[in-house]
Design a protein around this ligand. Structure first.
Ligand code: DAH
Length: 331
């Protein structure tokens, strides 16, 4: 019987099976344990030898079980280590990837378009002074048109720029003609509702040359081409308007991208959407920067408005709520 048990232990190849063998031999009802119960029936003189023999068998089985257990445990650990091996150098292809914010994407698209037309990209400070933001743009103190721009003033009489137009002034003061520039950037106004946020983005454009040959026709051509590039096959119309820094001035509409001009809630049933302001640079602006005798055109647009029309985004504020569900759609 002992050989049979030792053989079984020898051939066993997993820990569960080994435990079964232990229970079958040394457990409460195990075969060896049962042998000990026979002691009672063994006649006196033979008891000692019988017991000694049984104890030897028990010791041999216990030793074989213990040895085998060590071997099997070591094997099991090896298998576990192999299967749980981590390759720290492996690249995780499932990393979730960010997306470009629709405002940034729209801004980049517009910048690239005008860079291809040889416009330079200029920048100016967000904290401006009265001269660059208003005065030099033909907006003297107490001029009623200042009310159009709900300005954030600082205690030291500086202000947060209300538009990107001051970059026109800075560029003309530091460069000479010909000028062909755009100025993308952040602007600020005290306004907050479905169509206004206190911080938003504009792109300004300015073209100036010596003499008087820059005309409204140049401006019109550049803008119609640009709006077709951005919105596809839309109608474009120029509506007479007023800006202090341009004369004549116009606001530019495109046929509604949602209803194709039939009239809907977005275009207030007019069939038209206003997309930018423009005009021929007012001579008073040229006077403020010592540019008398030159001619030019300028325009300014709101980047958020473009992004919303291109991507059919309903509420301007959703662009700034940092909800990844919005920007996740632009991967
Ligand atoms: N600065 C104007 C605004 O913020 C936009 C604008 C209109 C810019 C006409 C221009 C322009 O350069 O010619 O409302």
């Amino acid at each position: 019987m002992l050989d049979e048990i030792l053989n079984k232990i020898q051939e066993c190849n997993n820990l569960d099976q080994l435990e079964t063998i232990r229970v079958e031999t040394l457990g409460k009802k195990g075969s060896l344990t049962q042998e000990f119960a026979k002691m009672k029936t063994i006649p006196g003189p033979e008891k000692k030898a019988f017991a000694e023999n049984l104890n030897k068998q028990k010791a041999a089985v216990t030793e074989a079980l213990d040895e085998k257990k060590v071997v099997l445990e070591k094997e099991a650990l090896e298998i576990k280590l192999q299967s749980e091996k981590i390759d720290v150098t492996r690249f995780n292809n499932e990393l979730s990837c960010g997306a470009t914010h629709p405002v940034v994407e729209t801004m980049n698209r517009i910048i690239t378009y005008f860079q291809n037309l040889n416009f330079a990209v200029e920048e100016g400070p967000l904290v401006e002074d009265d001269f660059h933001n208003f005065e030099a743009l033909n907006l003297p103190k107490y001029h009623p048109a200042r009310d159009m721009q709900d300005t954030f003033y600082n205690k030291d009489y500086t202000l947060l720029r209300t538009h990107t137009s001051p970059v026109q002034i800075r560029t003309m003061l530091s460069q000479s003609t010909p000028i062909r520039m755009i100025a993308p950037g952040t602007v600020f106004r005290r306004d907050f509702d479905i169509t206004h946020t206190p911080m938003f983005h504009q792109i300004e454009a300015l073209v100036v040359e010596d003499g008087d040959h820059i005309s409204f026709a140049n401006l019109k051509h550049v803008l119609v081409e640009f709006l077709h590039h951005m919105f596809g096959d839309v109608d474009v119309r120029f509506r007479p308007s007023f800006f202090p820094f341009t004369e004549p001035s116009a606001e530019v509409d495109i046929s509604c991208v949602f209803c194709k001009g039939d009239g809907c809630r977005v275009c207030s049933h007019t069939g038209w959407l206003e997309v930018l302001g423009c005009g021929i640079v007012d001579q008073n602006v040229f006077k403020a920067v010592g540019y008398e005798g030159k001619s030019g055109y300028a325009f300014g647009l709101g980047v958020e408005r473009f992004a919303m029309l291109i991507h059919s985004i309903g509420d301007l504020r959703s662009l700034f709520e940092s909800d990844t569900r919005l920007i996740g759609q632009f991967k």
